[in-house]
Design a binder for this molecule. Structure first.
Ligand SMILES: Cc1ncc(C[n+]2csc(CCOP(=O)(O)OP(=O)(O)O)c2C)c(N)n1
Ligand SMILES: [Mg+2]
Length: 235
């Protein structure tokens, strides 16, 4: 395990210990740090990164500010977004980073950013990190079509942990995801590095599906239980 993975894991483990102080829905990335590690090796500061509800590892990989992230999750004014965004919806414009709680919510925005980069002289690309459940949103397939049609420098990184909350992928989908993506004419890869380099060098879309194992619960529950305890008893 390298420095970045260790730093991410330490951050998430510390959060687990302090979870009783967290009042926003928080999805830890324990077990998926290696994805962030591989992304960090290829990303440049100018790249745009659009993430999901499970975003801490992506944010730290992009060079985000660990203390500001911590304070944001804790709901503090000193947080990245003044404590208003919480874990799921963080934004850091200084490093072109955005996250959203809506599953598949930012893939269209990532395509928009790629569209603007298409005509620029920059070698920056747009990166969309998604989970396997994002492929159950229509916009995912619309974006594939649009990205191929308009040669967008868009790299889609899917962390497939086989789960959408508690529903296993075998209960939700037929067949494998990558071959369906390839049928749109999007070049598919097994390695994150290769996918990012392909998009950067050729200014074309790419897709990489990484099979991962999430080694923690889907979502923190401690605070939710606390909130339940504080509610008025119903008769
Ligand atoms: C549009 C939308 N529908 C439902 C939800 C509720 N929800 C939150 S996380 C989640 C599962 C997402 O699974 P996946 O994209 O595979 O990411 P993972 O949690 O496995 O990392 C769902 C259904 C949501 N946030 N947005
Ligand atoms: Mg999943």
């Amino acid at each position: 395990m390298t420095n970045l993975s260790e730093r991410i894991l330490a951050f998430e483990r510390k959060l687990q210990v302090h979870m009783h102080e967290v009042f926003c829905p928080t999805h830890l990335s324990i077990g998926q740090e290696h994805v962030a590690e591989e992304m960090a090796a290829e990303m440049i500061k100018e790249d745009w990164l659009f993430s999901t509800h499970r975003n801490h590892h992506h944010y730290l990989a992009k060079g985000g500010d660990e203390q500001k992230l911590w304070d944001e999750i804790m709901g503090l004014e000193s947080g990245l977004n003044g404590g208003f965004a919480g874990s799921q919806g963080i934004t850091d414009r200084s490093i072109n980073f955005h996250a959203s709680a809506i599953v598949g919510g930012l893939i269209g925005v990532a395509a928009g950013a790629a569209f603007s980069l298409r005509n620029s002289k920059s070698n920056a690309i747009s990166i969309s990190c998604i989970g396997d459940a994002a492929s159950e949103q229509g916009v995912f397939w619309e974006v594939l079509n649009f990205a191929v049609l308009y040669n967008l420098p868009l790299c889609i990184i899917m962390e497939n942990n086989g789960k959408s909350v508690d529903a296993h992928i075998s209960e939700r989908q037929v067949g494998e995801i990558s071959p369906k993506v390839a049928a749109f004419g999007v070049k598919t890869f097994q390695s994150i590095g290769e996918a990012i380099r392909f998009t950067r060098d050729n200014r074309l879309p790419s897709f990489v599906e990484v099979k991962v194992k999430l080694k923690c619960a889907h979502l923190n529950m401690a605070t939710m239980l606390d909130l339940c305890d504080q509610s008025e008893p119903t008769s």
